[in-house]
Design a protein around this ligand. Structure first.
Ligand SMILES: Cc1ncc(COP(=O)(O)O)c(C=O)c1O
Length: 377
């Protein structure tokens, strides 16, 4: 079976983890935690990094830092993981959805303005499958309306976005480095993994302090076991951070491998008609976190049919996200009633991603392409 993803663990990771074990720094304090937080914040161009237990808790903390009131609204794409929407609902606020843009599958930034109301507090762009969201329009809407931007860069480690294009001050920015708060996941299938893990980044010292406090049960510095606020135990361990630090140090090679995977698949599969492959807009440097494809309905295949056929050929795939507006857990609460998002609905049914992990070999990639070609022939 060719797995959809396998993590790549190098000698450095083993060396750093052994150092934790030898020195006894195995819990949620230690030099690797600090170094990992600093290294990742710096890599993304942000000042503060707050490591947490996973990407879902990173989103939870990020939203909790906003101190939202019941009825406050956060605008996000319907096409994303449930962690984004539930971070909003768990914090007592209301998720407001927009559809995907059909080329990049990221949130359609042209639909955001119409969703802004007097209750809107934040916009949450999510960079999908390694391609950045078009951030400039979001940032200018946020500025205009006094909104916070929370960027979910869980799937776009090291991806870049060209801001202010065509102007003298145009510049490339890393995903997760363009907002008030950004969040990452370091789950085993991410470019940087810590097994399970996540991080919140910000340039704002007040938000950083609040996120640190929420992560660790809101202990107060002046007296231990005295609390004025409720927090969480969302801590990451030094052991996990040791793996993460080694992975951050290897980012250039990781991105090169991901781009090789993406370019190789595209070169090989682009002649097949009736499938849509990932794009790279001129203002983007994408990292192919996962190599997605969307089948045209006239192929007669849904993504589920296609996945079964690939599975029979020894190839593991994953379906695309199912939109938040199609999730019973939300619709049964009366959320998103009657809302229709045609792009997200189509790609949810017709989209899947191919094996895209860092351990994928050229011969495995050829095997995947052959199977795709012969099934769709
Ligand atoms: C866009 C996005 N945000 C958040 C998460 C949640 O991360 P985790 O699985 O580490 O909780 C994921 C997970 O893959 C994700 O894809």
């Amino acid at each position: 079976m060719i797995p959809v993803n396998e993590p790549l663990i190098g000698d450095k990771e083993i060396e750093y983890v052994q150092d934790c074990l030898r020195t006894g720094w195995i819990s949620s304090a230690g030099k690797y935690l600090e170094e990992f937080e600093q290294a990742w914040a710096e890599y993304c161009g942000m000042r503060y990094g707050i490591a947490v237990s996973n990407g879902t808790t990173a989103l939870h903390v990020a939203i909790a830092c906003l101190d939202l009131q019941p009825g406050d609204e956060v605008i996000l794409p319907t096409f994303t993981i449930i962690s984004c929407a539930q971070a909003v609902t768990y914090n007592g606020a209301v998720p407001v959805l927009v559809d995907s843009e059909p080329r990049t599958w990221c949130m359609d930034v042209n639909q955001v303005a119409d969703k802004i109301t007097p209750r809107t507090r934040a916009i949450m762009p999510v960079h999908i499958y390694g391609h950045p969201v078009d951030m400039d329009p979001i940032r200018s809407l946020a500025e205009q309306h006094g909104l916070i931007v929370i960027e979910d860069a869980a799937e776009a480690h090291g991806a870049q976005y060209l801001s202010s294009r065509g102007q003298p001050h145009q510049a490339w920015h890393r995903c997760g480095g363009m907002s008030d708060i950004s969040v990452f996941s370091f789950y085993a299938n991410k470019l940087v993994t810590t097994g399970e893990g996540g991080m919140v980044l910000t340039n704002d010292p007040v938000i950083a302090q609040q996120a640190r406090s929420l992560r660790n049960l809101c202990f107060r510095s002046e007296r231990r076991f005295y609390h004025t606020q409720l927090g969480y135990n969302f801590r990451l361990t030094n052991l996990q951070a040791a793996i993460g630090l080694a992975q951050v140090e290897r980012m250039p090679e990781t991105i090169a491998k991901k781009r090789w995977i993406g370019d190789s698949y595209t070169n090989r599969l682009k002649s097949i008609s009736r499938v849509q492959l990932p794009v790279e807009e001129t203002w983007a440097k994408q990292v192919y976190w996962m190599y997605g494809m969307v089948l045209d309905e006239i192929t007669g295949f849904s993504a589920a049919d296609f996945a079964r056929k690939l599975f029979d050929e020894g190839i593991e795939t994953r379906p695309f996200f199912l939109g938040m507006h199609e999730q019973p857990v939300f619709t049964e609460q009366g959320l998103f009633k009657g809302e229709v998002y045609p792009v997200a609905e189509r790609i949810a049914r017709q989209g899947l991603y191919l094996p895209s992990g860092l351990t994928l070999t050229e011969s495995q990639l050829n095997q995947v392409c052959q199977a795709v070609e012969s099934i769709l022939a």
